[in-house]
Design a protein. Structure first.
Length: 154
């Protein structure tokens, strides 16, 4: 398998995971799996929340892909690594940058990172499972489209 094919699989899965995460978040986390995700829309009591189980859920298929990938199926290795990379980006942007589960002083003042943080905070204005907007984790739609749907950002 060529390096170009490996990179294409890795990047394709990395990008595709945003679509998977969006659909899971909108239709499962804010649907039948709300009983787990609800903890993320409430003030956290301690370090962990039930919502963290979704990280385990997503880690299992990536570990299986990596396992079979190192045992003769290199395409699966790169797919598993793409899923793992998405999880790393998710943790960095969502848990560290937005929710500050690791303390830091960085506050994006503009551009993509600020839009990402604002979109997720608008998502959290809804405490219930219905009526939320912006279900992506690494893609944030233009804030204007969200504020029109929610009536402002304050």
């Amino acid at each position: 398998m060529s390096g170009l094919t490996q990179a294409a699989i890795f990047l394709g899965v990395l990008a595709g995971m945003e679509a998977v995460a969006y659909l899971m978040h909108k239709y499962l986390m804010h649907g039948p799996l709300w009983f787990l995700h609800e903890s993320h829309h409430r003030p956290r009591q301690g370090w962990f929340e039930l919502n963290d189980l979704f990280g385990v859920f997503f880690a299992i298929p990536s570990m299986i892909l990596i396992y079979f990938g190192v045992r003769g199926h290199p395409g699966l290795l790169w797919a598993g690594l793409g899923m793992t990379a998405y999880g790393g980006f998710y943790f960095g942007f969502h848990d560290v940058l937005v929710h500050r589960r690791i303390r830091h002083r960085f506050a994006p003042r503009g551009g993509y990172l600020r839009r990402l943080v604002r979109a997720h905070l608008i998502h959290h204005k809804t405490l219930g499972r219905d009526g939320a907007v912006s279900f992506g984790f690494l893609y944030a739609p233009p804030i204007e489209t969200l504020t029109g749907a929610r009536g402002g950002t304050s």
